[in-house]
Design a protein around this ligand. Structure first.
Ligand SMILES: Cc1cc2nc3c(=O)[nH]c(=O)nc-3n(C[C@H](O)[C@H](O)[C@H](O)COP(=O)(O)OP(=O)(O)OC[C@H]3O[C@@H](n4cnc5c(N)ncnc54)[C@H](O)[C@@H]3O)c2cc1C
Length: 493
């Protein structure tokens, strides 16, 4: 017995490890139990035959938030030139071979945009300026703070804020005020998919995403996004945090109004003063806690979309494509409806491609390539069952055909091996409800801020939550903030 307070953290995702560092730095004895054999969760990594894949996150955006959190934890992040700013954020390819390169370089943007729609450059600047203002207001008032009661969120002053945050209009209706050209409308709204939303139904608040990218830039760490997990992990270990892999938690043991500890799948029971669940929140209520009424309520909420991901190790290098590419298909709205309404994948999907060896050659053996693809897909829905094997085959074919159109004609012959994650496999590997990897709970207004499931349990006051499915939401910057906010709540109690 050390006399220190003890904490058990369920899950070694970014949210769990970051919370562990905050607590250990503040005197807690911390144990993390992770179901898988390695850390990272949706920011995990796989290495095979010299090919290194980031299995989930691939873009370091909103660097200011990384600075804030890493500085507060005393972890050096940007100091050793380990993190490279990307000159181009991504190239956007359209079906008719039009290409727009998104870059913070204003001259380059002007030339491209004016060619597509005269006058659109000035309007894009306004879109980005206003979107960045939304980002800053959102950070101060909505995203970067804890709410203790509904009045802190829904009061007269905040009604003005919600109007400023463009919560009353869909992102797609909003972008139409700026651009007549369909490709420009697509280019400035597809980023909604980062938070698992359709721009046709999510609020224009999310115009802050491209605005933040274009204003603050996008970065890539040496060693891939997993190096963020490694940095957090080494800080956690240096503060004495103990990690237990291959150790799924089966139940959170509760007694009266207290969470007493956890029961592991191997039958071991461990007690602690506090418990922090980093595992997906609806999964925790459904599987690890006794109260089924709350779980049924969570079941009725809206869930984000899922993704089919392919990871290819290739014996040829395709330098025609840059680090990040986005392929937007002409049936943009139809494709999104397939995902969000039919819970499936379009036959002709839009998709994202990651080619990390352009920035970090250690991602692939010399003259070979490491490519990953993320294709938005419906989440697992028992009312709309899908044959994911068939969808996987069709999606793979659609990607190959699109790459052939770009001139990568022999790409299929050069795939040495492939790893694929479907919505069902996301659900199984990380316990993400419905495989809704971008949330899991959606980010509609009624599921944000005070209305998002809270980071402290209402009955078991020593049970907390951290990660993408609690406040403020999904994406590594939000998850880092979630860890900070949850830790503040614990430490201030
Ligand atoms: C395809 C994809 C692309 C993305 N791209 C980006 C991007 O470019 N940039 C960005 O910022 N974000 C991106 N994201 C989002 C980002 O990856 C996530 O928001 C973030 O990693 C989630 O972290 P987390 O800690 O909330 O949850 P998780 O990473 O899901 O961690 C939860 C952990 O809990 C463990 N667990 C679950 N149940 C149990 C149990 N019973 N016992 C023990 N352990 C358990 C899981 O195995 C997991 O390790 C992407 C996500 C995906 C899926």
């Amino acid at each position: 017995m050390t006399g220190k307070k003890s904490a058990i953290i369920i899950g070694a995702g970014i949210g769990g490890i970051t919370t562990a560092v905050y607590l250990a730095k503040n005197g807690y004895e911390v144990d993390i139990f992770e179901k898988n054999s390695s850390p990272g969760g949706r920011c995990g990594q796989m290495i095979r035959d010299g090919h290194r894949f980031d299995l989930g996150a691939t873009m370091l955006m909103m660097p200011g938030i990384y600075h804030e959190i890493f500085d507060s934890l005393g972890i050096p992040l940007f100091e050793n030139n380990d993190i490279t700013p990307l000159e181009d954020l991504y190239k956007i390819y359209f079906d008719d071979n039009e290409v727009i390169t998104f870059t913070p370089d204003q001259d380059k943007m002007k030339i491209q945009l004016e060619k597509i729609e005269p006058g659109s450059f000035a309007r894009s600047q306004k879109y980005v300026f206003d979107g960045y203002e939304i980002f800053q207001i959102g950070m101060n008032k909505l995203i970067g703070r804890n709410f203790d009661n509904v009045f802190q969120f829904a009061n007269f002053r905040n009604i003005g804020m919600l109007i400023k945050l463009k919560t009353y209009i869909s992102n797609y209706s909003y972008v139409k005020k700026f651009f007549r050209n369909q490709h420009l409308r697509m280019a400035y709204t597809f980023q909604n998919i980062y938070v698992g939303q359709s721009p046709f139904s999510s609020p224009a608040l999310f115009s802050m995403v491209p605005a933040a990218e274009l204003t603050e830039g996008s970065f890539f760490p040496k060693g891939g996004m997993y190096s963020i997990v490694e940095k957090l992990l080494s800080a956690a270990i240096s503060h004495g945090v103990r990690l237990h892999y291959n150790n799924p938690v089966e139940t959170i043991k509760v007694n009266g109004k207290k969470a007493e500890g956890v029961l592991l799948e191997d039958g071991t029971e461990i007690k602690a003063d506090i418990i922090v669940a980093n595992a997906d929140l609806p999964y925790v209520y459904r599987k690890l806690l006794p109260d089924k009424r709350k779980s049924e309520r969570l079941d009725k909420l809206k869930y984000s979309c899922s993704a089919i991901c392919f990871h290819w190790g290739l014996d040829k290098l395709y330098l025609q494509v840059g680090h990040h590419s986005v392929f937007l298909s002409e049936g943009f709205r139809e494709g999104l409806d397939k995902i969000f309404k039919d819970k499936t994948v379009s036959d002709h999907p839009s998709f994202y491609m990651h080619a990390p060896s352009r920035t970090d050659p250690t991602a692939a053996p010399a003259n070979q390539d490491t490519l990953s693809f993320i294709v938005g897909a419906g989440h697992v829905d028992k009312m709309k069952k899908q044959d994911w094997d068939i969808l996987k085959k069709n999606t793979r074919l659609a990607i190959i055909q699109r790459l052939k159109q770009l001139g990568l004609e022999d790409i299929e012959e050069h795939i040495k091996f492939e790893i694929c994650c479907t919505p069902e496999s996301w659900e199984n590997t990380c316990n993400i409800s419905r495989g809704s990897v971008f949330g899991s709970l959606a980010h509609n207004l009624l599921q944000m801020g005070y209305f998002r499931p809270h980071n402290q349990h209402s009955r078991y006051k020593n049970l907390y939550f951290t990660g993408g499915s609690t406040h403020p939401g999904n994406g590594i910057p939000n998850v880092l903030l979630s860890a900070k906010l949850t830790s503040e709540r614990i430490l201030n109690n």
